[in-house]
Design a protein around this ligand. Structure first.
Ligand SMILES: [Zn+2]
Length: 541
């Protein structure tokens, strides 16, 4: 250490600046020599030797040297501005900062401009002295800067090797997982969220769009990932948050749900900045089987294919009323509805054709979706009106009809009861005549046989009318008809029918190659109305 000779000691009001960085903590050796106490001892010793007057001490602990935005450094600059201090001493130049441009700015411009004398003890820098050592200051700064770059690289490479080993080094576990409390590098399943992840994959693969899934989760008050994370650590949130299709898509795209770790997706722009940049896929570090999977690999891959296919072709925020009901008549696969950017309408197309168009397994079956939707909704409305009118008429008609029929049957039963009694009287008389010897035993036998036979026919007829009468009295409406009537009332009251109610009327809609449309209703009366229609009315435009 060169002896600085300080003259006019009285004119200096000294501030000593001490900095201990994160890198210093991680250094295996030398950390002791960099400790706050060591830096302080060295500086105080120097001050004593030179009989200097110390005004304040500024200590930034655990702050990186690459940034100059440090609380105590800022306070020191403030004190310079307020003329509380006019001399700064640090152990070496690197304590001031590791960024040579900023260090240079302070040593060469800021301090001289504010009449501040700066001394870096171990580097023999004294801005007051016209010394050749000062010429080295900018150069020394460059060396410090290179050192910082080197450290930054070293820390990164340690992290990278941990990533390659499949250790989880991220700050937060992906939704559906949590860090193992016993091992922060290990992910374990967070079942309450994993359940939702599974549901999202299953529904997406079954044809629900990301928007539909998102809306449903929001309606069910399923907390969004950021809220879920807070509630997991005991924080009570007043709201569940709203899911959107981006959140669903992000979950569908995350390969980590298959049990592998995908790390190194982002990088800091450089060691001076906190900004993160996306890294290209080939730089990602992927390690298989690092934790328990939530969805299997095949499911995940299928989801990626669907996601890729939906890119730019679908209006994801539109829930098509008939989607899921439309089927290709020829190949039985689903009819997909999509919206091509630049076109003003959405169209339906056989998905098998779309998927394997090159193989020629089916034909497009293309049609203007909204035109068909309008036709079908109108038809459904017509059928509902016709049915409810008819059933109202039937109800009025059958009331009087039933009364007439009931009376008629009652009359007939009475008539045949009388006939039966007459036949019984005949038999009694025949028997008396025989006892009085008015007819022979043979004649009696012959005539009574005839009466008994006659009476049998009468009893049978009477019995059948009695049965009819009972049946009529007990006759009620069938359960199916009741359900249909209720549904019709509900549908006719709706201004805009929902997907759910349409699904209750219609089982499926088959689209033929020749543009014929078959609607398969769930209720017989509607199927009959459909059958009675002219075939040409059942074609789409
Ligand atoms: Zn087809």
């Amino acid at each position: 250490m060169r002896e600085n000779i300080i003259e006019n000691v009285q004119k200096y009001k000294v501030g000593i600046y001490i900095r201990l960085s994160k890198e210093d903590y991680e250094k295996p050796q030398g950390s002791e020599s960099e400790s706050v106490q060591n830096q302080r001892n060295l500086l105080i010793q120097y001050i004593k030797q030179n009989h200097l007057y110390i005004v304040d001490e500024y200590v930034d602990d655990g702050v990186s040297g690459t940034s100059f935005d440090r609380p105590e450094f800022n306070r020191m600059i403030q004190d310079i501005e307020n003329k509380k201090i006019n001399m700064i001493i640090t152990k070496d130049l690197s304590r001031l900062g590791r960024d040579y441009i900023m260090s240079g700015y302070y040593t060469e411009q800021y301090f001289p401009l504010h009449n501040v004398r700066y001394i870096a003890l171990l580097d023999n820098i004294d801005t007051y002295l016209d010394s050749s050592n000062n010429d080295i200051a900018p150069f020394k700064s460059i060396l410090n800067d290179m050192y910082a770059k080197d450290i930054s690289k070293k820390i990164k490479s340690v992290l990278k090797s941990k990533k390659e080993m499949g250790l989880f080094v991220g700050k937060e576990a992906p939704y559906g997982y949590q860090k193992d409390p016993n091992n922060k590098y290990q992910l374990i399943i967070d079942e309450s969220a994993a359940m939702i992840v599974r549901e999202i994959f299953e529904r997406y693969l079954n044809g629900d769009g990301t928007k539909i899934i998102a809306d449903d989760l929001s309606q069910r008050h399923v907390p969004i990932p950021s809220v879920h994370k807070k509630t997991n650590i005991g924080y009570k949130s007043p709201s569940y948050g709203l899911w959107n299709n981006t959140a669903i898509k992000r979950i569908l795209q995350n390969e980590e749900y298959t049990g592998c770790l995908v790390q190194n997706k982002y990088n800091k722009l450089n060691y001076k900045s906190k900004k993160l940049v996306h890294l290209p896929e080939e730089k990602w570090v992927k390690t298989e089987n690092t934790h328990e999977a939530i969805v299997d690999k095949k499911m995940w891959e299928r989801a990626q294919i669907l996601l890729e296919r939906s890119k730019g072709t679908r209006i994801r925020n539109y829930d098509y009323l008939l989607s899921g009901l439309l089927k290709c008549y020829e190949c039985k696969s689903a009819i997909g509805v999509s919206h091509k950017t630049g076109r003003s309408y959405s169209y339906g197309r056989c998905q098998r054709y779309t998927k394997y168009s090159k193989l020629g397994v089916c034909t497009p079956h293309s049609f203007n979706y909204f035109k068909l939707e309008e036709q079908i909704i109108n038809m459904l409305r017509d059928f509902c009106n016709i049915y409810s009118d008819k059933s109202r008429l039937q109800l009025v008609a059958s009331k009087s009809e039933r009364k007439d029929r009931e009376a008629e049957l009652k009359e007939k039963i009475e008539y045949y009861t009388n006939l039966e009694e007459k036949e019984n009287t005949k038999l009694e008389r025949l028997y008396d005549d025989m006892l009085d010897n008015l007819i022979s035993r043979e004649d009696y036998k012959r005539m009574s046989d005839k009466v008994v036979k006659n009476r049998e026919t009468i009893v049978q007829t009477k019995k059948s009318y009695e049965e009819q009468y009972e049946e009529y009295k007990s006759k009620t409406k069938s359960e199916d008809n009741k359900k249909l009537e209720k549904l019709i009332d509900e549908f006719l009251a709706m201004e805009n029918p929902t997907k759910e109610i349409i699904g209750q009327f219609i089982e499926k809609i088959e689209i033929h190659q020749d543009k014929q449309v078959d609607i398969h209703f769930r209720f017989q009366p509607f199927s009959e109305m459909m059958e009675s229609q002219n075939k040409d009315e059942r074609r789409y435009a």
